[in-house]
Design a protein. Structure first.
Length: 447
């Protein structure tokens, strides 16, 4: 099945991943307040000591888990109550911003990130999410200028500089982004977020081996960092190592189920393998975590099309276009959908014409798929074939109608003739015959 899919990186997808308090025994996020009183609670799945959080940190983690379980409204209410009581809890503000993004309340989300950064200017999650949100709103220049201002005010906060790196990457300023990421690594050579962003810059510059090397180093530092496995999967794809990439995306999705980038990329590769049922599971999870991500909706449409769910696939493609009208791949896949499948309540000629219209829109949007001309030719032939079929049917129907009229006329004439004959016969049979007159002459004289 031909599809045009979209793989995404953390920076480009602009999706959300809930930032909980540290539970692995590591340091708190850059510039964040200390995690508060923590009680050692045994070992985690990777063998590292696990911290049992108490107080407001525990309440943040509880809200995170509640949101991950699907209760976004309840989690949002819990965090609002928490920041009302403890307005200095930066991680609570950050997660509240993430929830407001998921609930399509972007203005409130931006206010939440601002509150978080006023209290912890170096909090990496707040810096990165603020930049991504502004980028999604088409305000990349503002994102960069605000990130630079935070770096100028807090030059020693690596999280603030990571926000700048993200803003530069989103504008394809890869060389400067790499330079800023290296500055973070100079002060903290084990900063895995800086490694991830540096690898993204190098991958954009086709420095694939360097990108792979830095990601493998990051993986060695934190083997349970889902974003690193997702980024490594993108590098493996560039190196045409698709089975390894599939495993990397799968592992990233397992480690962090609400990491929309990984769920999307895993689903896209499952589409390629035509495992549409599994792809639908992954991609529905992706759009739940990132409801405003057009690429995830596009890939979900491809999976639904593969399963033959035509109307649902169309709805997914149209949702992608509502989020990003310039996503030309959605026009292309809509065209294929209408060309290849029966569409309920749409006749064949109408769907072929619609398919051709979508292919033309794709081309006008700058689409250059090598199979486009073949699809256009197929749609044109299908339209011609269907028009000729309909014309034949119309002529046949006209002939049948004419024959029916002729038959009806003959039948009417025959009926009339039969009626006339019957009437004529009835008149003959009912006529009165005058009685015979017998003249009797009397013998003899006349009276």
């Amino acid at each position: 099945m031909t599809t045009t899919s979209r793989l995404t990186t953390a920076g480009l997808l602009l999706s959300l991943s809930l930032a909980g308090c540290a539970t692995s025994g590591g340091p708190a996020p850059d510039g964040a307040p200390a995690a508060g009183a923590a009680v050692m609670g045994g070992n985690g799945a990777d063998g590292t000591p696990r911290r049992r959080l108490v107080g407001d940190d525990a309440r943040v983690e509880s809200a995170v888990k509640r949101a991950q379980g699907g209760d976004l409204t309840g989690a949002e209410r819990d965090l609002r109550e928490l920041v009302a009581r403890n307005p200095d809890h930066a991680l609570a503000w950050t997660n509240l911003g993430i929830l407001h993004e998921r609930l399509a309340q972007e203005e409130r989300a931006l206010e939440d990130y601002t509150q978080a950064l006023e209290r912890a200017p170096g909090l990496a999650e707040a810096n990165l999410n603020a930049v991504r949100l502004l980028a999604r709103r088409g305000q990349l220049s503002r994102a960069e200028s605000e990130a630079r201002a935070r770096v100028a005010r807090h030059p020693g906060a690596p999280g603030a500089r990571l926000g700048l790196v993200q803003a530069l990457l989103l504008q394809k300023k890869t060389a400067e982004a790499a330079t800023e990421a290296k500055r973070v690594l100079k002060d903290d050579e084990q900063n895995v977020r800086a490694m991830e962003l540096l690898a993204a810059a190098w991958l954009a510059e086709d420095k694939v081996e360097l990108a792979r090397m830095v990601l493998e180093n990051a993986r060695a530092i934190d083997p349970r960092d889902a974003a690193i496995h997702n980024a490594l999967g993108l590098v493996q794809l560039r190196m045409n190592e698709r089975p390894q990439a599939l495993e990397s995306f799968k592992l990233a999705s397992t480690l962090q189920p609400d990491l929309a980038e990984a769920r999307n990329n895993h689903g896209a590769l499952l589409n390629e393998a035509q495992d549409f049922e599994a792809a639908i599971v992954e991609l529905r999870a992706a759009v739940q975590s990132a409801p405003n991500d057009a690429a995830a909706h596009l890939n979900l449409g491809n999976a639904l099309r593969g399963k033959g769910e035509v109307k649902a696939a169309q709805a997914a493609y149209e949702k992608a276009l509502s989020l990003d009208p310039k996503l030309e791949a959605a026009w292309f896949n809509l065209g294929i959908l209408y060309l290849d499948a029966q569409v309920p309540e749409v006749d064949d000629l109408a769907r072929y014409r619609q398919a051709l219209g979508w292919f033309e829109t794709y081309k006008k949007q700058g689409g250059k798929d090598e199979e486009l001309s073949e699809y256009v030719r197929d749609a044109t032939r299908a339209i011609d074939r269907e028009e000729r079929r309909l014309e034949r049917e119309q002529k046949a129907a006209l002939r049948r109608a004419q024959q029916a009229d002729a038959d009806a006329t003959r039948a009417a004439q025959a009926a009339k003739a039969a009626a006339d004959t019957a009437k004529s016969g009835a008149v003959g049979a009912g006529a009165k015959v005058p009685p015979a007159t017998t003249t009797i002459e009397a013998s003899g004289s006349k009276p």
